[in-house]
Ligand binder design. Sequence first.
Ligand code: NAD
Length: 449
Amino acid sequence: MSDKYLEIANSALGKKIFNAVGLPDPVPLLREDATQPHKLSGQLLLGESLGAVFAKSIGAFVESAGIKRYSESLEGRGHLVFDASGIANAQQSTQLHSFFSQHLKSLAPSGRVIVIGHKPSALRDTEHAAIQRGLVGFVKSLAKEIGRKGATANLVFVDNGGDRALEGPIRFLLSAGSAFMNAQVLTVATPVAALADSKDVDWAKPLAGKTVLVTGAARGIGLAISQTMARDGAVVIGVDVPQSQDDLAAAMKAIGGLSLPLDITDADAPERLRGFCSAHSPTLHAVVHNAGVTRDKMLSRMTAHQWDLLMQINFDAVQRINKALLQTELLDDGGKIIGIASISGIAGNIGQTNYGFSKAAIIGMVEALAEPCAARGITINGVAPGFIETQMTAAIPFFTRQMGRRLSSLGQGGLPVDVAEVIGFFVSPQAAGINGNMVRVCGQSLLGA
Ligand code: NAD
């Protein structure tokens, strides 16, 4: 669905009027070029604090990835990356202030700020740990300052052993695919499975030879996830309710995928799903639990049916499918499980006690399964979308819809593809160090911030 406010704000006349009356004027975000996905370009300034430990490896990778790197100042505008891992006390934090206050004017519209730090709990020195935690507040505040120009700021915390796996998240954050991921913290740790070297990955088709399963694939975010995975070379097995089988079949045909009309709450759904997958491929690379519904009502008027139906689709079916898959070796070594939560599961939302509960439980699932999955070479991560332009949000009343869009630091709603690109990163060959992460894809919505 189109965002008329965004269109008017970016017309010549609209720009003048919006500036004159002081209305927020969000800019259209740059997204992946379908003909050259994952291609990195432009320039970046890489700064580091004294005692920083990660900048060296980032510098080497960036140059080989096609981005021009500067260490003193940019010629023109570009991205700003700062390794703050050496900052261990208040005096040293001046280095962070100095870098950004000096160079922020060189940040490109839709540019990226990336700050890198140590995961605080991995540090022995308590003052060092405390001040590294401070980077979260810094990045979230900076994201609010730069969002109006479509620029984002994110933080990467490196856990023990995560330095080897840092390239994947940096590459993704520098790409156009991270357009609507803003003010988030990614934690990178020891890879749970083999980690591909950037030079060995065919970035035109990073998922070539992989099979992925996507539930709720007939429309909305699930369709975008399927299209993005297919663009990246995967064979997609799309699942959706039998009532949507024509849409599902057309969608899968268009991307060379396979369709499985199935209600995931059916008693035999997990076994049928597993059987279908193993009949088509000896291994499954990823399962994306996207199917979900809302059944909004004030709790005092919510029927047991509205509660139960939602919990069965949004949570119970997900658990049963995971169990069925994990009972076998179908998920390959390096396999991925992806949960879809929601901002409602973080902030809560009026009339959504059932939905908020189910989505917070998905966050719980990612947290609870991270360790047991890692022991099997599998990662589990999740996304919590904010306001995304789909049929689900098109049904929201006009003024609430406008509020939902403008409440983000980027001043607009996201597109289904924005959620899909983050998931594409989670399942990519360089994400083996990303496990147990829950990332909001919300443009830094004020809700639940
Ligand atoms: P959507 O309603 O457009 O699509 C959901 C799909 O899931 C539909 O095709 C539907 O038929 C399918 N589905 C529902 N029940 C099913 C079942 N029992 N078995 C199989 N398939 C089933 O929704 P969307 O906006 O694309 O949302 C996708 C996911 O993202 C959901 O989990 C939703 O909760 C979550 N989400 C969406 C937003 C948003 O702004 N749109 C925000 C936060 C989270």
